[in-house]
Write a protein that binds this ligand. Structure first.
Ligand code: NAP
Length: 281
């Protein structure tokens, strides 16, 4: 039997609609500032989508597109200004930054209360102790997909493939907080297939096109594919071999149309929450 396909587009639209309804009742609108440095075409598309997302739910937004040659001093000075402006509730610096800019220093300069990407060490630390204001957008989107699909995490064997700071590690923390029994796998894991086959919930974030095939899957498992890769023909695909795995899994997210659309929805959720924390009603 074929797996239930978890539709990220539908669930993301629902989240954005909820935000829009809430914003309509507010007199002081949430505001997001997006900063982009340089000309990376993929980053430009992401920034445009974030801007469109803000417009759609009625947020105030501004994009600061800075030239490639921008100095660290200039960038930090802009962030300092955004940090104190009351109409700005969230600040997002689009990564990656050009090589001459120190990403760590730049992220650390964002006011943690406006860090809607949740990359600042204060916010990553808060996730560790379960006392957080913001969740990183992609892992939060995965949790919302599970919740909306009525997939209960409590007591389940959860396996996360990947241990990056933006996806794998926080994902493991969020599953643990929901009482999953969590295993984190990475490139040094001895028998990845055996680990994956124990998973009731498998979250894959490794960046390897269609790596996870049906023989990695426990029958009936929920499989969440975070990967955004290109196959040998340049076509967008995930880390999971969707066609094969859907015949074994109980539920599965497609790529595109699974985790991807949730990321912006969660960014908007974080910005709304920041605005409320800043006293906007
Ligand atoms: P990353 O920083 O490159 O991390 C990849 C992780 O996968 C690493 O921990 C690596 O292990 C592990 N890995 C790689 N090959 C492996 C193998 N053969 N066996 C076991 N583990 C392996 O990537 P990322 O930033 O987390 O992103 C992962 C994927 O998600 C990418 O395709 C990215 O484009 C996508 N992504 C999507 C969204 C979205 O909105 N949908 C957001 C963010 C990222 P080591 O640590 O040992 O090297």
């Amino acid at each position: 039997m074929s797996a239930m396909v978890i539709d990220g587009k539908v669930i993301s639209a629902k989240v954005r609609e909820e935000i829009k309804e809430e914003v309509m009742k507010m007199t002081d609108k949430p505001g997001l500032a997006v900063v982009i440095v340089g000309e990376d075409p993929a980053s430009k598309v992401y920034v445009r989508n974030k801007e469109k997302g803000c417009e759609e739910v009625g947020f105030y937004s501004e994009v600061h597109a800075l030239p490639e040659r921008t100095t660290e001093e200039e960038l930090l000075s802009l962030i300092n200004k955004l940090n104190v402006r009351s109409e700005i509730d969230g600040i997002l610096v689009q990564l990656p930054l050009p090589g001459h800019l120190n990403e760590k220093k730049v992220i650390n300069s964002i006011n943690p209360e406006k860090d809607v990407d949740a990359f600042h060490p204060v916010n990553t630390g808060k996730i560790m102790i379960g006392d957080y204001d913001f969740l990183p957008c992609t892992p939060a989107g995965v949790m919302r997909l599970l919740e909306e699909s009525n997939i209960d995490v409590s007591g389940k064997n959860c396996v996360v493939v990947g241990r990056s700071n933006i996806v794998g590690k926080p994902q493991a923390m969020l599953l643990l907080r929901k009482n999953g029994t969590v295993t984190i796998c990475h490139s040094k894991t001895k028998d990845l297939k055996a680990e994956c086959r124990r998973a009731d919930i498998l979250v894959v974030a490794m960046g390897k096109a269609r790596f996870i095939t049906s023989d990695y899957i426990k029958p009936g498992a929920a499989v969440i594919d975070v990967g955004m890769d290109r196959d040998e023909n340049g076509k967008l695909c995930g880390d999971v071999d969707f066609n094969g795995v859907k015949e074994v899994a109980g539920a599965i997210t497609p790529v595109p149309g699974g985790v991807g659309p949730m990321t912006i929805a969660m960014l908007l959720t974080n910005t709304l929450n920041a605005a409320k924390k800043h006293g906007k009603r």
